[in-house]
Structures are given as C-alpha cells and as structure tokens.
Design a protein around this ligand. Structure first.
Ligand code: PMP
Length: 365
C-alpha cells in the first residue's frame, strides 16, 4: 500500500519502534512502583524518553507529561485554563480536539484568521481577538487539513504581550517543524506521539509551562499518604500506570527522527508536496496550496470526495476524504459542503510513490 495519510498517524514506523516495544514488554514492570530491577528498568525507560522529549522541545524532563494522544493533552490544557463560559481566542483552522472541549465548557469563541496561507490576516485578526478581551488562546501550529503553518512564534509573542495564557496544538508539527517550547513561553503544548514522532498509537505528550489540573485522579507512585494529587510535575498530570511499551516505542521513534534529522525529513516531504501539487493542478483538480505549507495538501475533485478516496483505496493508495475532524477549517476554506481529499506525506515518502499516486489521480479523475 502507498500510505499518504500521515496526518492521521504515521503508519510505516521505523523497525526499531516495534522492537523497542517488544523489549519493554519483556523487561519492564511498573515504573516508579518498586525498587526491583524490572520496575527500575521501566522507570529508566520512561525517564529516558522524558529526557529526550525535553531536549527535543527545549524544556526540562519534568515538564513532559505523557498522555494517551494529543486530544488527551489538549483536554488537560483547556480544562486547566478555560473557565465555563470563558472567552477563548482560536484560529480558523482548529481540530475538533480543540473545539469540542471548548464547546463542552460553553466557551465564547473568537475565531481569528480565516484566510489560508495568509500570515498577515492571521496575525491581524489574532491581535484583534486579544484586544477584544480573550482570556485564553488556543491555536494549532499546522492545519491538519491544508498543511497551513501558522505564525506561532508571532502569535505566542502577541499572547505574551497581552498577558493571555495560551495553548499550542502541535499535532501536525511535532517531528517535522522546529519547536522551542521555552522560547514560545506557552502555558501548554500538546502533541501526539504517533504522528511525526513515529511512536505508536496510544502515546502523546503534554508540555507543561505550568501545573495542569488533572483530568484523572489516582496513584502516581509518589506521596501515597496524601489524598490530593501531587502538586508537582510530571506526577500531578500522570495518574495511573503509563503506557510503558508505548513510551519505549516513542523513544525509539524520536531517536530515529533525531538520527535522520528534522531538516532532512522536512526536505524529503516538501519535495513530494511540490511534485504532488504541480501534478494535481496539471490534472485539473482544485488544489489548496500556498506559502507556509507543511507536507499536507487538500484538493477537490469534480466527483464525490469519498468516492474518489475509495477508488484510490481500490488501487492500493491510502488518502483521507471528508472533513478530517476539522469542520472549522473547512468552513474557513469554503469546503464545508464538499469536504476535500487530503494527501499527507511522511518520513518515508518517495518520488516513485508520488508518481504512482499521480498516475492513478489521472485515471480516476
Ligand atoms: N489536533 C490536530 C490538528 C490533529 O490533526 C489531530 C489528529 N488528527 C489532533 C489534534 C488529535 O490527535 P490525536 O488523534 O492524537 O488525539
């Protein structure tokens, strides 16, 4: 199968990822819950991954809280910062993982920046939202539908200037874009372990610039006499046994990304993005492309999007059609009615795969 759905999850994980998971299952007991060798090895495995994530994103290991996916981290962050009915500034390209928790909190939403690939619009509208009294800002780094890379450094600077706490959704950027958590000064940044970081599903990270309110309460292996959750990181955000095999796999995935190098991965993906955009345009598809675009591209065919995706699937090509859990992004781009077909490249993409995809795109159009 030619897998072009990396925005959903990375599928072809490096071989060392399942190997690390198997090894952990054979050797690790419960981390932080005992002093015997198997418990110590589990603790060491978890700490090593925490330490690597800290280096990767420029923060201390304690600020790295393991979650079960990006949604989990976003919920922790949002429920920590947003009061019921509070005024929250978001971008026009948010995923349901952001908008649904905000809806559950009955938040008043200020939606800033609806124009794709337009930093000036995003920043102007964003500052307007801050001036209108937003209490919290939550925004994605990269749109999962269109690959639009938002000007997060500048948005972060505006939040700091207006003293508004903020959360960054790094679901589509962790493992492909440079991220400096310390320099951003974010209150929280949530990411999955299973996309660009090449770990397994069921893993995620919440980087914490402040203490999160727990979503779950329970054992942490620390301060067992107390009935409150520990008030320090990372324990306060990690009730219950963490996903040790998953974290071992995530560590292996991050090690692989480090070894290959972020710029090299990005360059490889960008090459395929350009070839794909040019090829699809030549075939007459309506393609959404622009500056500041990560290796995710949406297009609209003249036939039904889901039908086309099914036909690609019949030819051994995995792409995703529909609204991609991000109706707001589609509303911003004017594709809420039709949806789009999305192609998203990963670390192992190649000229040959893109050429095969374009060949089928010609036949199936
Ligand atoms: N935010 C964005 C922008 C995403 O693309 C996704 C995954 N599609 C999420 C949040 C949620 O990630 P997860 O599935 O790991 O919870």
């Amino acid at each position: 199968m030619i897998y072009l759905d990396n925005a959903a999850t990375s599928f072809h994980k490096p071989a060392e990822v399942p190997q690390a998971m198997l090894r952990a299952m054979g050797r690790c007991a419960n981390p932080g819950r005992g002093g015997y060798p198997a418990a110590m090895e589990a603790a060491e495995t978890v700490f090593t991954c925490r330490e690597m994530a800290g280096k990767f994103f420029h923060c201390s290991p304690e600020q790295v809280v393991f979650t079960s996916n990006c949604t989990h981290g976003l919920n922790m962050a949002i429920f920590t910062l947003v009061k019921p009915g509070g005024k929250v500034l978001i971008s026009g390209f948010e995923h349901n993982a952001v908008t649904r928790p905000l809806h559950a909190l009955n938040a008043q939403l200020l939606v800033a920046g609806r124009r794709l690939f337009d930093w000036e619009d995003t920043l102007t509208q964003f500052e307007e939202g801050l001036k209108k009294g937003a209490e919290v800002a939550v925004f994605t780094h990269v749109s999962n539908v269109f690959g639009y890379i938002l000007p997060v450094e500048q948005m972060a600077a505006l939040c700091r200037q207006y003293r508004v706490p903020f959360v960054v959704d790094a679901a589509q950027s962790a493992g492909t874009q440079d991220i400096d958590f310390a320099a951003l000064g974010a209150d929280f940044m949530a990411m999955p372990g299973h996309k660009g970081l090449l770990g397994p599903q069921g893993t995620g990270i919440l980087l914490c610039g402040r203490m999160p309110k727990p979503l779950l309460y329970g054992g942490t292996g620390s301060q067992s006499m107390l009935q409150q959750m520990p008030d320090f990181l990372p324990d306060g955000g990690e009730a219950g046994t963490v996903n040790v095999p998953g974290i071992a796999g995530l560590w292996a995935g991050m090690r692989y990304v480090n070894r290959v190098g972020l710029p090299q991965i990005r360059q490889r993906e960008q090459r395929q993005l350009s070839r794909c955009v040019v090829g699809l345009k030549k075939l007459g598809y309506r393609v959404f492309d622009g500056p500041h675009q990560a290796a995710v591209v949406s297009f609209v065919p003249s036939v039904d999007c889901q039908d086309l995706a099914d036909r690609f699937s019949g030819q051994g090509i995995a792409v995703r059609a529909g609204l991609h859990c991000a109706p707001l992004a589609h509303e911003s781009a004017g594709t809420l009615e039709t949806g789009t077909v999305r192609v998203s490249f990963g670390h192992d993409c190649s000229d040959r795969q893109t050429a095969f995809f374009l060949q089928k795109a010609e036949v199936l159009r």
